[in-house]
Design a protein around this ligand. Structure first.
Ligand code: IPD
Length: 280
């Protein structure tokens, strides 16, 4: 089996460099809207993506890329069997613009369409989450473990702290589905509900055991590809919101401390329609 540790180490070093010279070095006020008032892009997003892609391309000229801003600029999104880097240069652009202190660089690497490693660098917190297939998950070098809540479903949900996603889409069906999902989940006596505004860092909270579950509908593959393997390698579970196998292109995900918690959430929440990432 191929060993992708060199690529992982290179990804970690360029994520840290791009944070230093791009994300942390800039006070951004040139903002453009994409699909909704909550879907923003800044020159820094574009610049950081260019820094990352050109450094990786220099070192690994045969590798392919799926980058949030390249796709927004019209590049075709296709996941092939070739080694592919899936990049979100700033996950949490709204936070970045408002200086709300959770912004991350998210990098996943796939071969034969299977994720080999994931890196989420939470720039302001200086927290580096990463995981390599079969090698465990780490935060700043320390092993990560999901909370592992198991057993009786009523007990599980009554102790749960879960993380939800931002309300990005503003159309009626999406809005009413998202708000009724939260209402339905709050009928369990859960301890708390949080949302940090970056899907990558939100989902990594499940890997740390700080949250027992996270779900999101409508995000893109670059938001969650890296954190999905981090959750799995920390002993957590990822699945589609309809209970089927996780598919990073489906734009639906549940990440949870155990299959029991993930199944329970899948039974309760509903999805609104959105095009797959790999559909034109
Ligand atoms: C967004 C963030 C946000 C999530 C959105 C994403 P971006 O990513 O992850 O938390 O709710 O769905 O699009 O646009 O800041 O890279």
């Amino acid at each position: 089996m191929a060993d992708w540790t060199d690529c992982l180490n290179f990804g970690i070093s360029i994520a840290k460099q791009a944070s230093e010279v791009g994300v942390m070095a800039t006070n951004e006020n040139a903002v453009k809207l994409k699909s909704s008032p909550a879907d923003l892009v800044t020159e820094t997003d574009q610049r950081v993506e260019k820094i990352l892609i050109s450094a990786i391309r220099n070192r690994y000229p045969q590798h392919r890329f799926i980058g949030e801003e390249s796709v927004a600029a019209g590049e075709h999104l296709e996941l092939t069997d070739s080694p592919t880097w899936i990049i979100d240069p700033i996950d949490g652009t709204v936070n970045f613009v408002h200086r709300f202190p959770f912004v991350a660089i998210s990098i996943a690497f796939t071969v034969n369409r299977q994720t080999q490693f994931g890196i989420v660098y939470s720039c302001v917190e200086d927290k580096l989450f990463y995981a390599q297939r079969g090698g465990g998950a780490f935060l700043n070098g320390e092993p990560l473990h999901a909370s592992g809540q198991q057993g009786d479903i009523t007990r599980v949900t009554s102790h749960m702290c879960y993380i939800t996603h931002d309300i990005m889409s503003r159309d009626d069906v999406a809005l009413s589905t998202m708000t009724s999902n939260i209402r339905r989940l709050l009928q369990f006596p859960v301890h708390g509900v949080r949302a940090l505004g970056t899907a990558a860092v939100d989902m990594c909270q499940v890997a740390t055991g700080g949250a027992d579950a996270y779900y999101h509908i409508g995000m893109h593959c670059w938001d969650i590809a890296a954190s999905a393997i981090i959750v799995q390698e920390a002993g957590g579970v990822v699945m589609d919101t309809d209970g089927s196998e996780f598919d990073m292109m489906s734009r639906r995900v549940i990440a949870a401390s155990s299959a029991a918690v993930a199944d329970r959430i899948a039974q309760v929440i509903q999805a609104f329609p959105c095009c797959r990432d790999d559909e034109d």
